[in-house]
Design a protein around this ligand. Structure first.
Ligand code: ADP
Ligand code: ASP
Ligand code: MG
Length: 451
């Protein structure tokens, strides 16, 4: 049975400065049922930290120091504006010192290991969570527990994109959180970060704070998981590309999961898994307009339109593997996928013909020269970079006649590189050249979702 408490996550823009942090804290107070607050780093900080990492490997220490200084100034400015107490100020100073120490280590050792990068990235969330705690105290909460997420979110050691250990997380939550939550305690903690069983800091991948909130929600059996961001819910597509996009009131887990996987940045792709496992509704709302209706994501939505939303995923690579050896043999696909397994790469889309397989991956995943070498043992490999994947998401897509005709006749002038339909009743997607991506999305959104 669900407990009376909710878990709420506030993203980077909701934590951008004193004003945004206080506004987000007010959302917590006004809602009344939130007992776990999960925060992202202040807006832009994770990017700055990654920029710093890059600089430690490429330029003089003085230039690295400028980035450290910019991060320091930003956070000290917030600390000052919030009139932080001595304890909070000390904690902030200690984290800024840690930042400099790790950066210096990376610079001297020229060690850009993912393990070191995770440690440095964790500082963003560890800083911002102190400010959220202070803002909540200022709203009159007598006690706000600062929780180090690394004490709860156990992961494997796949640094940079670690996988959570659900059983260990649940055990930690049972021991350390649930008894306190039952007493009415309020916790503030960090999204994005976790730790291995040996205590090394990990991260869950970019945008991973949403996932953290869902993992906490699952572990404490929350009544709902709230994702507070800078738009008023999950929209029919990215409002930055189609300003006419409208928030969706209600959407099923399956549809929202497809949308997130295929590029809707508003939710980290894996956010919905924990919610689905425990059937916990997820709310997406705007921390700057908290009374807007927002979006509810639930096991099933009242209305199930053929097309509900669209997404674009940029920077895709298409690998085409061709060999006559594929003809009438068995085991070929198994061998090829063994290579992807070895390189720990997840393949997104696949189509096959008699003698070739086409596969999509994110551009960033095929920087690995060894991957090419391994694949070339089985087939000739051709790679096309910089494609955009367009996905149309809805219901009964497999069993509705005429949809493909309507889609492709609308974009008849566009060269479509690969089409995937049939694997999911919620999704039809295809690849186009980078230059066509946004225009295709706008055209299809106009035709199917704007009236
Ligand atoms: P946060 O920092 O709160 O995690 P993100 O920037 O990660 O926020 O996600 C919110 C952004 O996601 C929005 O500003 C919007 O541009 C983008 N976005 C992409 N697709 C969608 C969509 N379908 N609905 C709403 N927002 C979307
Ligand atoms: N701060 C991290 C990032 O920018 C995680 C998050 O905000 O969700 O990727
Ligand atoms: Mg995000």
């Amino acid at each position: 049975m669900a407990n009376p408490w909710a878990v709420a996550k506030f993203g980077g823009t909701s934590m951008a400065n004193e004003e945004a942090i206080r506004r987000s804290a007010s959302v917590v107070k006004d809602k009344g049922d939130i007992q776990m607050v999960v925060v992202s780093a202040t807006s832009g900080t994770t990017n700055q930290l990654l920029d710093l990492v890059e600089k430690t490997q490429t330029v003089k220490w003085e230039v690295c120091q400028q980035v450290i200084e910019a991060i320091r100034i930003k956070h000290l400015k917030i600390a000052r504006a919030m009139e932080c107490d001595d304890e909070t100020q000390k904690a902030v100073d200690k984290l800024l010192k840690e930042l400099e120490t790790i950066a210096r280590g990376m610079f001297l050792l020229k060690d850009p290991s993912l393990k070191a990068i995770d440690r440095i990235q964790s500082i963003g969330e560890r800083l911002s969570s102190h400010f959220m705690r202070k803002a909540l105290l200022d709203l009159g909460y007598r006690k706000v527990n600062y929780l180090d997420a690394r004490d709860i979110i156990r992961t494997n050691d796949h640094f940079g994109k670690a996988l959570p250990d659900i059983t260990a997380i649940e055990k930690n939550a049972n021991e350390k959180l649930i008894p306190e939550l039952k007493q009415g305690s309020l916790f503030v903690t960090q999204g994005f970060i976790g730790s291995t069983k040996d205590g090394f800091t990990t991260t869950l991948g970019r945008g991973g704070s949403d996932y953290s909130a869902a993992l906490f929600g699952e572990a404490v059996h929350a009544k709902d998981i709230q994702i507070w961001t800078d738009v008023s819910g999950v929209a029919t597509t990215d409002p930055r590309i189609c300003p006419a996009a409208k928030p969706i009131r209600e959407i099923s887990f399956e549809e929202a999961a497809e949308l997130a996987t295929f590029g809707a940045k508003v939710l980290h792709p894996t956010t919905l898994w924990p919610a689905m496992r425990k059937d916990i509704p997820v709310f997406v709302g705007n921390s700057m307009a908290p009374s807007d209706p927002g979006t509810w994501i639930k096991s099933s939505a009242d209305v199930q339109p053929l097309l509900r939303a669209m997404a674009i995923r940029k920077n895709q690579s298409l690998l085409t593997l061709t060999t006559p050896r594929m003809l009438h043999t068995y085991g070929f696909l198994a061998n090829v996928f063994e290579v992807f397994k070895k390189h720990q790469l997840s393949v997104d889309l696949i189509t096959t013909s008699e003698i070739s397989i086409a596969i999509t991956l994110d551009n960033s995943e095929i920087v690995d020269g060894d991957l090419m070498e391994d694949l070339q043992q089985f087939a000739a490999v051709k790679v096309d970079h910089d494609l955009s994947l367009i996905s149309l998401i809805g219901n009964n897509i497999q069993s509705t006649a005429g949809l493909s005709r309507d889609i492709f006749s609308e974009i008849a002038d566009v060269n479509v590189r690969m089409i995937c339909v049939g694997a999911s009743e919620h999704n039809i997607c295809f690849l186009v050249n980078k230059g066509d991506g946004e225009r295709v999305l706008q055209k299809l959104h106009g035709k199917f979702l704007e009236n």
